[in-house]
Design a protein around this ligand. Structure first.
Ligand code: KG4
Ligand code: ZN
Length: 343
């Protein structure tokens, strides 16, 4: 039997994504970003993002259909990010998904953005092994999850107690005078820097929990730069970027390996925008290799927000015969990581 064709819609932050997936096959991944409109504010402006989603939504779906050589009528099910994310931005995607669902007479799944970041890896590397530990690192979240079966729930093992990893990248980029979002420019600057130049703190490195903390690290970088400037010395941007990046990758990979060991799991998957980071990928590969853990990380383009990841989770829910969301389901900006489908 041919697997259902699933349209995935993503509008939780500043990317308008429309993806088409059949089973684990990626057929189209159309993304329009409003990032350039937010850059001068140093962060995403919710109202600007919502308006950009409104304009980009239908063209993104049309582009995805054209790429896949499919028509609207070919779609068997629709999945949309119901949360977490910016309330107004989520609303645009949820309303669009409901409208397509109603017009086409097809089921709609309101899904969790974080679970979708994990599901997307299957489009590149096939079905996820069970169980698997997932390290989820994005602009708004940093979590370690134990995943037995993504469609029936995940167990939260640890999370950041303050800033998310991506948030730390964005804030450190700002103090270094690098553009928003900060992850890519720090990643690029770090390539020519010395990761051992400054020994930044590794909070919660050996505290025995699977929680993270990045706010002290961000402050330590800011203080270091201030002291340097006060002394009339130039700020070595590449060295600071590399040293900061090393501290983040060090803690994330250490805790991810700890999570695998303490739960007797020998597979790790990393997802979310920060999973695009070159040092995190390299250090994770090195440490997993040494610990006998099989590592899976999707290609960078699938790590940052997109519609294909939402379609990937929707396709899995449809394949499992999961009940779609009711017609009255809502966008939930605070949707917990353990809730996979909105009611
Ligand atoms: O998953 P995502 O696209 O959106 C959210 O769900 O938040 O993640 C965005 C975050 C931003 O903080 C961005 O700076 C970070 O991912 N990011 C990176 C890289 N590319 C994106 N962080 C480090 N290195 C990168 N190459
Ligand atoms: Zn995301």
């Amino acid at each position: 039997m041919i697997a259902p064709l699933v349209l995935g819609i993503e509008t939780s932050c500043d990317e308008t994504g429309a993806g088409l997936v059949r089973g684990h096959e990626l057929l189209a991944d159309a993304v329009a970003s409003s990032v350039a409109e937010h850059a001068r504010f140093g962060g995403v402006v919710p109202e600007v993002a919502s308006r950009a989603h409104l304009e980009a939504m239908v063209p993104a779906v049309q582009r995805a259909l054209a790429t896949a050589g499919a028509r609207l009528a070919d779609i068997d099910a629709i999945a949309v990010t119901a949360g977490p994310g910016l309330a107004g931005a989520l609303l645009v995607g949820v309303c669009a998904a409901k409208a397509y669902g109603l017009a086409l007479g097809k089921p709609v799944y309101g899904v969790n953005h974080l679970a979708a970041h994990v599901a997307v890896d299957q489009l590149e590397h096939g079905p996820l092994p069970a169980p698997v530990i997932a390290l989820l690192v994005s602009g708004g979240h940093s979590s370690l999850l134990l995943v037995e079966r993504l469609t029936t729930g995940v167990v939260a093992l640890g999370a950041t107690v303050d800033d998310a990893a991506g948030e730390a990248y964005d804030k450190v980029a700002r103090v270094l005078g690098l553009p928003f979002p900060g992850g890519p420019p720090i990643d690029a600057a770090a390539r020519t820097g010395d990761p051992g130049a400054v020994s930044f703190p590794r909070a919660k490195y050996r505290d025995g929990t699977l929680d993270f903390s990045f706010s002290g690290l961000k402050t330590a970088v800011a203080r270091w730069i201030e002291a340097r400037e006060a002394a009339g010395l130039p700020v070595p941007v590449a060295d600071v970027a590399a040293s900061f990046q090393e501290a983040v990758a060090d803690v994330l990979t250490r805790k991810a390996v700890d999570a695998c060991r303490s739960h007797g799991v020998d597979h790790l998957v990393i997802g979310g925008g920060v999973a695009a980071n070159s040092r995190l990928r390299a250090l994770a590969a090195q440490r997993c290799g040494a610990a006998g853990i099989r590592l899976r990380v999707p290609r960078p383009g699938l790590c940052t927000d997109n519609g294909a990841m939402v379609a990937a989770l929707g396709a899995e829910l449809a394949a499992d015969g999961a009940a779609p969301s009711g017609p009255a389901f809502r966008a939930d900006s605070g949707m917990p990581v353990t809730s996979i489908v909105a009611g």
